[in-house]
Design a protein. Structure first.
Length: 237
């Protein structure tokens, strides 16, 4: 006879869920606790930010349409003080909404209705990669761009770049294979840790944000180049 032992709540880490819909908070909170996460809940943007300041979480889930400070404001505030993974969970499924959430600094975007199993898998992926830096101690230099792979630091012309964790990992993934074409699904797998799910718009928006920080002319990128129909590649200057 086989037996099943549930993972104790909190064993996998802490999730802060910011959403003003009590039904979603109740259902997602229950599922995540059963899956082994500790869950803190907040019904407004201000409450969520106060909760995070008092008890930092490993991952933050935030709705866009919140009373008071909306999800974009919350994301920007979190990003200004922390590199905690932020996943927008929203019924706003249009491309402009997704782009707005990601450009505010979110790492990921999940549309409602949420598939709890998929959301839990994404949370696990973000937690895993938040603990890892590639090739610890290595430094690579491409012209004016210096990337310290083991520390999360990149500099351009000697000035440190304000890269999010996701942007830095994307840069490392591309720069570690100069000239190689990386498809969007492959980048989702390598950077976000997803294999069979994930929206390739995540890749495009983050590439755009990365270009705005490392390229001399983001409108005419020379480092992170689009290969039409195939993906992206990093070119040596």
């Amino acid at each position: 006879m086989s037996s099943f032992t549930a993972t104790p709540p909190g064993a996998l880490g802490r999730v802060l869920l910011i959403d003003d819909d009590p039904n979603i908070v109740a259902s997602l909170g229950m599922y995540l606790r059963q899956d082994g996460y500790g869950v803190s809940e907040a019904g407004s943007g201000e409450e969520g930010l106060s909760s995070f300041a008092a008890t930092p979480a490993n991952v933050v889930l935030v709705d866009l349409l919140l009373p008071g400070a909306d999800g974009l404001e919350v994301t920007r505030s979190l990003r200004s003080c922390s590199d905690v993974p932020v996943i927008v969970v929203s019924a706003c499924a249009g491309t402009p909404d997704i782009i707005a959430g990601l450009e505010a600094g979110a790492d990921d975007y999940v549309t409602k209705p949420v598939v709890p199993k998929e959301l839990s898998a994404r949370i696990r992926a973000h937690m895993r990669r938040a603990q890892l830096w590639p090739n610890e101690g290595a430094t690579v230099i491409f012209g004016a761009l210096e990337i310290r792979l083991g520390t999360g630091v990149a500099r351009k012309d000697g000035e440190e770049l304000a890269l999010t964790r996701t942007e830095f990992r994307l840069l490392c993934e591309l720069a570690s294979r100069p000239g190689w074409v990386m498809s969007r699904p492959k980048l989702l797998e390598r950077v976000w840790g997803y294999d069979y799910f994930g929206d390739t718009r995540l890749v495009d928006v983050h590439v755009g944000r990365l270009r705005s920080k490392i390229e001399a002319d983001p409108a005419r990128p020379a480092l992170v180049v689009t290969v039409r129909g195939a993906g992206y590649k990093f070119e040596r200057p």
